[in-house]
Design a protein. Sequence first.
Length: 344
Amino acid sequence: MKSKFLFLFFVVISLTSNAQSKKFKIHTIAFYNVENLFDTIRDVTINDEEYLPENGWTYKKYRQKLRNLERVISEIGTSDQQPNGPVILGVCEIENRRVLEDLVQMPKLAKKDYGIIHFDSPDGRGIDVGLLYQKAHFVPTSFASIPLRVKRTDDPEKWLKSRDQLLVTGLLDGEEISFIVNHWPSRSGGEKRSSPYREAAGALNKKIMDSLYAINPEAKVITMGDLNDGPFNNSLKKSIGTVGKKEDLKKGGYFNPMEELSKKGIGTLAYRDAWDLFDQMVLTEPLVRSDFSSFRFWKAGVFNRPYMIETQGQYKGYPLRNSPSEPGFSDHFPVFVYLIKEVK
């Protein structure tokens, strides 16, 4: 494992000439669908009955779930050169702010001093998105919850109750960067039938990023989330217009490093013995330039470890998921990108 981390360091320092005299700062930006992080308290405003003590979800199991997530989050993107874990972590499938407060107080995370940004969403089950940030490195300057407004295909008189998109802008070690945290509509009812919902979510996402570009053509934005679509679905390729190769990226465009991972067969969740890469991170063009005078994208990855994987039964090899009867990790693996910057 140590040799792998040393390789990471040497790849970074060899990106420019006279590399041996140059040093780089590395930050990990990550996203994790934590799958049903519910507390044990009844909330009459949402459908949280499945995760209550009378249905097997006890306080002891809740604490075990928190310990499981603590272990994963503390290790995402770490290396000998970057032992700090995610400086920014987007999350989804959380019940409320309280569960995030409990999570960041777990011992391995408490020492990192994470701040929390969260809004309640209109989702029927009450699951929300949120953003955690290390206060020592990131200072939020603005944040907003932007609703997805789309009519239901089965009942045009009603609006779809889906998660809002969370926009957070702030200073990462003094440099302005924006983050959008997403959990797009599911594939309930079938992929084709539900696709218009995710295409609408992609269109809203692009509208937000285009607005940031309009304010500042050099805007650095990372949109992240469980998109319930792969890198080549219409919600990404058409609604946003993502590209997967740096050479195809134009000024004002959007780069999706997950395309290359998907082509290699790498996934974040499994269904019927097939892997999908629904958890993604898309970056605006200014983050993908070849100089490192400011924070730039270096590499993307999917974080998985043997302890996060089911070892027996029908779902052997799948992510070790969570349920009221057994507190696991998640049915999704987290994803991350490295941002690097030359230190003068």
